[in-house]
Design a protein around this ligand. Sequence first.
Ligand code: RB5
Length: 151
Amino acid sequence: MVKEKIVLAADHAGFELKEKLKKVLEQNEIAFEDLSPKFVDGDDYPDIAFIAAQRVARSKLMGVFICGTGYGMCTAANKVKGIRATPVYDEKMARISRQDNDANVLCLGARLTDEKTAVVILKTWLNTRFLEGRHARRVDKIKRFEGGLPI
Ligand code: RB5
């Protein structure tokens, strides 16, 4: 498992699942900071995603963001420089998004993914390392593009 602190964030739709995953992190002695500790009915996922994504980008920590589908948080988070957020719905994608893409934000959809599956995804994602090599060359091209450099 990762040793670094995890940045957690959720909108109203993801709040309950986030609370459950916090217990899993605690059981596995993984530190976290929760950027949305209070339930706010009707809050807007971009507001939360931008703050949390900036925190991840500046700190170089990893993030776990949760909304109804995972897609909204993911789309907004990926607007922030340095973020490679991925929506994940199964164990295989959890593994590949780390191994190949060095994803630094996991996005879960609480309305689409049950708790048991979310726990498997979370553990797999946190336990899987980036494979470097040819994958680093590809991710570097994204970083260069993002930085306005020729790829
Ligand atoms: C909120 O109702 C919902 O739209 C949001 O959590 C998310 O699913 C968007 O992608």
